[in-house]
Design a protein around this ligand. Structure first.
Ligand code: BES
Ligand code: ZN
Ligand code: ZN
Length: 462
């Protein structure tokens, strides 16, 4: 991926011109007749997403003209690495530093391919780094996002709790962080009963992954749902619903990607990443409907449905996270189908107990072209989680507001004073768009990174 951004132009490097619809006429003034005729004949209108090759005076390619919308520079050139004749290109148009960085990141993301099991025949074109681009920022972001995508795309057979832990360990090593995992029966000994209960049925041993990095600055703790495959458990999912559930560790892939970005940028934070990694499997020792589980916090939970397993494993991780009183606690999870019914597949549902942090997130979502949507922690719905035999049920007693009741379940395990964000994400592109192939996707990560950066710059309190 990173090899497609180069520092050197050569004699064959072709120019790319970026133009918006209003500016097309002006751009054309003084251009050779051949160019003007060609654009007219091909009805090129500079609509965002359209691009065309330009002729030179020797019947060759003189360059590329790309229609852009200045508010969306990130994806402006993302279709080009795979869409242009193979070669080297440079951006001819003057760009602000932010736009140059965005275009470079879009190019990098446009070269992402999941090639673990298949090699791709067709090549990809390279871009000369735009002059004012922040190379470090673009590379750090692209590497983090590509890590998230790879982890999600890898099938459950090759991305179980152990492999997920290996990925976290490798990441910790690359940035001189600390890695630890509590595995199998030790989960019981060290009091992580709900992670163990959900994960115990699987051949692949459950574990709690714990990564630490950084020695100064605010404590930022990331928690990610790491259900490496969600069969639903004894409340087995139907085939259609189960098919995509290799992506149910998407939350953990998000926090590892985000951690990679934070560490690459050497952001002055004391970072901790906690991932309850399990497979929700079916076997003779699987946890059952109406079992009552212990949690690390001491609350008892009645299992209304074994398919609502994410909130169970997250509850113990959130309790552990809060024991250190972080300045900021953020979790990502593919938690509910209901969040997708509410907001569709692309828009992450964001819940937050702190209005300052939520406002920052919404703003950075807009700024980075990575929108998130705030949903309410509507307290009156808490009673829908009541159980007659335990402190709490893991499902709501009705069919409505499932993303909200899931978030309210998690809130029981968060210390009230801790600024906390919960993301319920799809983690998957159902259809390809430029720079965003079908498959695993990081959603809300750029917005969150922008927010954390600002949070740190403000002194780390909200
Ligand atoms: N992993 C699923 C949620 C999910 C499903 C996310 C499809 C994205 C796409 C989760 O563990 C689950 O099964 N949740 C149930 C909860 C229900 C039993 C209360 C759901 O959303 O149906
Ligand atoms: Zn489930
Ligand atoms: Zn799940």
């Amino acid at each position: 991926m990173t090899k497609y951004l180069t520092s050197r132009a050569n004699a064959e490097t072709r120019p790319i011109h970026l133009v918006n619809q209003r500016g097309l006429k002006e751009w054309l003034t003084g251009k050779p007749v051949a160019v003007r005729r060609w654009l007219e004949a091909s009805a090129f209108d500079a609509a965002p997403g359209r691009f065309t090759l330009l002729p030179d005076d020797k019947k060759g390619i003189g360059g590329v003209l790309v229609g852009v919308d200045e508010t969306d520079m990130l994806w402006a050139c993302a279709a080009l690495p795979a869409g242009l004749p193979l070669g080297r290109y440079r951006i001819e148009t003057d760009l602000s530093a932010d736009d140059a960085t965005a275009v470079a990141l879009g190019w990098l993301l446009g070269t992402y391919r999941f090639d673990r099991y298949k090699s791709f025949e067709s090549g990809l074109s390279s871009l000369v780094w735009p002059k004012t681009a922040d190379q470090k920022a673009a590379l750090g972001m692209a590497e983090g996002i590509s890590l998230t995508r790879d982890l999600i795309n890898t099938p459950a057979e090759d991305m179980g709790p152990a492999e997920l832990a290996e990925a976290a360990k490798a990441l910790a090593k690359a940035h001189k962080g600390k890695f630890k995992a509590i595995v199998g029966e030790d989960l019981l000994k060290k009091n992580f009963p709900s992670i163990h209960a959900v994960g115990r049925a699987a051949e692949k041993t459950p574990r709690l992954i714990d990564l630490k990095w950084g020695t100064k600055g605010p404590r930022v703790t990331l928690v990610g749902k790491g259900v490496c495959f969600d069969s639903g458990g004894l409340d087995l999912k139907p085939a259609g619903g189960m098919k995509m559930m290799k992506k149910d560790m998407g939350g953990s892939a998000h926090v590892l990607g985000l951690a990679s970005i934070i560490m690459a940028a050497k952001l002055p934070v004391r970072l901790r990443v906690l991932i309850p990694a399990v497979e929700n499997a079916v076997s003779g020792n699987a946890f059952r409907p109406l079992d009552v589980l212990d949690t690390r916090k001491g609350l008892t939970v009645e299992v209304g449905n074994t398919d609502a397993e994410g909130r169970l494993v997250l509850s113990d991780a959130l309790t552990e996270a809060c024991s250190e009183k972080p300045d900021l606690l953020i979790d990502f999870a593919t938690l509910t189908g209901a969040a997708r019914v509410a907001l569709g597949t692309d828009l992450p549902a964001m819940f937050c107990n702190n209005d300052t942090v939520a406002a920052m997130l919404l703003r950075h979502g807009e700024l980075e072209g990575d929108p998130v949507w705030r949903m309410p922690l509507h307290q009156p719905y808490r009673k829908q989680l009541e159980s007659k035999v335990a402190d709490l049920s893991n499902i709501s007693n009705g069919p409505y507001g499932g993303a909200i009741t899931a978030a309210l379940f998690l809130e029981h395990f968060v210390e009230g004073a801790t600024p906390w964000v919960h993301f319920d994400v799809m983690a998957w592109n159902l259809a390809a768009r430029p720079g965003r192939p079908e498959g695993g996707e990081a959603m809300g990560v750029r917005a969150t990174y922008g927010m954390i950066k600002e949070f740190v710059a403000q002194g780390g309190s909200a």
